[in-house]
Design a binder for this molecule. Structure first.
Ligand code: NCD
Length: 307
C-alpha cells in the first residue's frame, strides 16, 4: 500500500497530489464501510487519540470523534475552557502532560495560526490540524474536494467560486491550495476589505461582483463572516453584506445553469445564504458533513501507518 509523504497533517500546503489522491481514495473505502450496518473497523485498535480543542467547534469535533471511534481508537477529549489552560499552563506543558498518558495522536484546533506546526516540532505524537486560526483547515478542504468529486467526477478544470470572508477564512486558504494542486480553477469573491492583499499570488482570480462569479462557476462555496476574528469593522452592516454577497433563491434561479452549493457550516441563515438555498436540491451541505467522517477516518488511518 502506498503511504503519505508527511508525518502530520498540518496543512494542504505540505501535501503532494499523490497524498491528496491517496486520502480521497481511502476515504471512498471508508464511506462504503460506514454505510453498512456494522460501521466499526479494528484498524486503530490500541491507538490512543486526544482531541484538543482550544476553540469552539461542533461539527469538526464530533466528526473527528466519530471517525476515531469507527476506527476503534481509544479517544480522550479536551476542551480548553474547562482545562488548566485557563490557569496559565503553556501549550507544550498541556500537551506533554497528555502525552505522558501515552497518547499516540493529537487532533488540535487552536485560535493561533501555526499552533500545529509549533507543536509538531516539540512533541513526538502525530498531529492533525483541525483548524489553526485563519491559517489552514486541511480536513475541511479534503472533505470539500471529496464532495465536489462525488457530484462533478473530476477536479481538473472544475470552476469553483469561494465567496465571503476570504481574509479570515482557513477554509478558503486550504481549499485554494488543494484546488490549485488538483487543477481546478478558483475565483474568490467578497468585499474588497475582506480580500487579502496578495491573494492573486496564490493563483486565484478575484471577482467583486457576486453574480459574475456565480454565472462563471460550477460550484459556489459560501463562507461565513468570521465575526469572532474581526478586530475592526470591515463593512457597514451585515444587511449590506447580504444585499451584495448573500445568495438567495432568486439569484440562484436566475443563473443560466444549475450550480452546486457548498458551505462548511455553521451557517448563518439569511446572511451568506438563505434557508431555501441551503435546503435546496442544489445544496450538498449535509453530504459534506457525512463525507467529513470518512475523510477524517482516512487521514487518521494513513497517518497512524506512517513511519
Ligand atoms: C469552519 C471553521 O471552523 O473554520 N467550520 C468548520 O470547520 N465546520 C468554518 C466556519 O467556522 O465558518
Amino acid at each position: 500500500m502506498s503511504a503519505l509523504s508527511v508525518q502530520h497533517l498540518l496543512g494542504i500546503k505540505d501535501l503532494t497530489v499523490a497524498d491528496i489522491e491517496l486520502i480521497l481514495s481511502t476515504a471512498k473505502n471508508f464511506k462504503g464501510i460506514i454505510n453498512q450496518p456494522i460501521k466499526r473497523v479494528p484498524s486503530l485498535r490500541d491507538v490512543t487519540i486526544a482531541n484538543l480543542f482550544f476553540e469552539n467547534s461542533t461539527r469538526t469535533r464530533l466528526s473527528f470523534e466519530l471517525a476515531e471511534k469507527r476506527l476503534s481508537a481509544d479517544v480522550v477529549n479536551f476542551a480548553a475552557s474547562s482545562s488548566s489552560v485557563s490557569k496559565g499552563e503553556t501549550l507544550i506543558d498541556t500537551v506533554n502532560n497528555i502525552l505522558a498518558m501515552k497518547v499516540d495522536m493529537v487532533v488540535m484546533r487552536h485560535p493561533k495560526p501555526g499552533a500545529g506546526v509549533f507543536l509538531a516540532k516539540h512533541i513526538k505524537a502525530k498531529i492533525v490540524n483541525a483548524g489553526d486560526g485563519a491559517h489552514e483547515h486541511p480536513t475541511q478542504a479534503l472533505l470539500d474536494a471529496y464532495s465536489m468529486l462525488e457530484v462533478h467526477g473530476s477536479l481538473k478544470g472544475l470552476k469553483v467560486a469561494i465567496v465571503g470572508d476570504i481574509l479570515h477564512s482557513r477554509v478558503a486558504l486550504s481549499n485554494i491550495f488543494l484546488l490549485n494542486k488538483m487543477g481546478a480553477e478558483v475565483v474568490v469573491c467578497g468585499p474588497p476589505t475582506l480580500m487579502p492583499k496578495f491573494i492573486t499570488s496564490l493563483g486565484v482570480r478575484v471577482e467583486y461582483d457576486l453574480m459574475k462569479a456565480l454565472e462563471w462557476c460550477d460550484v459556489a462555496n459560501m463562507l461565513r463572516i468570521q465575526l469572532e476574528r474581526q478586530d475592526i469593522k470591515y463593512f457597514p452592516s451585515l444587511r449590506e453584506y447580504t444585499m451584495l454577497y448573500g445568495l438567495d433563491k432568486e439569484r440562484l434561479d436566475s443563473l443560466s445553469k444549475k450550480i452546486t452549493i457548498m458551505h462548511p457550516g455553521p451557517i448563518n441563515r439569511g446572511i451568506e445564504i438563505t434557508s431555501d438555498v441551503a435546503d435546496s436540491d442544489q445544496s450538498i451541505i449535509l453530504d459534506q458533513v457525512e463525507n467529513g467522517v470518512a475523510v477524517r477516518m482516512a487521514v487518521l488511518y494513513l497517518l497512524a501507518g506512517a513511519k
